[in-house]
Structures are given as C-alpha cells and as structure tokens.
Design a protein around this ligand. Structure first.
Ligand SMILES: [Zn+2]
Length: 129
C-alpha cells in the first residue's frame, strides 16, 4: 500500500490483520475516533512522499539531515530525519495516524530545514534553465 520502502519501521506482527488483538484494548485510545483518510488526504500524503524523495536527493548531499516541522499539536519544533519522516508519512497513509511525537535526539537545528525551504530550493534547482 505504501509506495516507498518501510525499512525504517519495525515489523508489525499484526500488519494487515483485521482482527488485530491490540486494537480496542485501550478504550481511551484515539484510534477509536479516527476517521478514514479521504482520497484527497491520501493523495496529498503520496504527493508529500514524492516531494520528500526529491528534497532528500537534493539536500542530503549538502549535509542536510532532515526537515524541521512546527508542530500544531504541541507547539514545539520537531526534527525529522529524512527516513523517519518518510516512515511517519507511510504510517499515516497505512494507518491514518502518525506515531506519537518522539523527542528529538539532540538534533543540531542547523542540520535541518523547513518544508518550505525544501520546496523553494527544489524549485530553484529544477526550474533553472
Ligand atoms: Zn508535536
């Protein structure tokens, strides 16, 4: 279902099992409140994954390790390495939700750029004639 490698994700023993016994154990879980992604939302995520691959190809060789995102949920900045961001997007696509916010592992902010920066950079590179 996911268009890119999920090597960065740990194996899920219940992947694809509709009778996943881990579901429903926690009644306060937000899983119960999830709406399925709309076709439009899925298309946007797939688009983001495609953009991400382009941005990584362009910027990783320049020493950029990933993308920094201003999180609307907790109001903090999250630093995502390329592969982790890809894994998160794949998970969103597959399960309709992101994994919990994990604390950054002592990231150097200068190693990360915003999604907007990536977009502008890619535009500048790819539209150069
Ligand atoms: Zn957050």
């Amino acid at each position: 279902m996911c268009p890119v490698s999920q090597d960065a994700l740990p194996p899920d023993p219940f992947a694809g099992d509709p009778h996943d016994p881990s579901r429903g154990l926690d009644e306060t879980s937000e899983v119960d409140e999830l709406e399925p992604l709309t076709a439009e939302e899925r298309a946007e995520i797939v688009e983001d994954l495609e953009d991400l691959a382009v941005y990584q190809a362009l910027l990783e060789s320049r020493g950029i390790r990933g993308v920094v995102v201003d999180c609307a949920d907790c109001g903090e900045q999250h630093f995502h390495e390329w592969d982790l961001l890809r894994a998160s997007l794949c998970q969103l696509l597959d399960e309709g939700q992101m994994r919990r916010h994990e604390p950054a592992f002592n990231p150097d902010p200068s190693d990360y750029v915003t999604w907007e920066y990536c977009r502008g950079y890619a535009d500048a590179i790819l539209n150069t004639t």
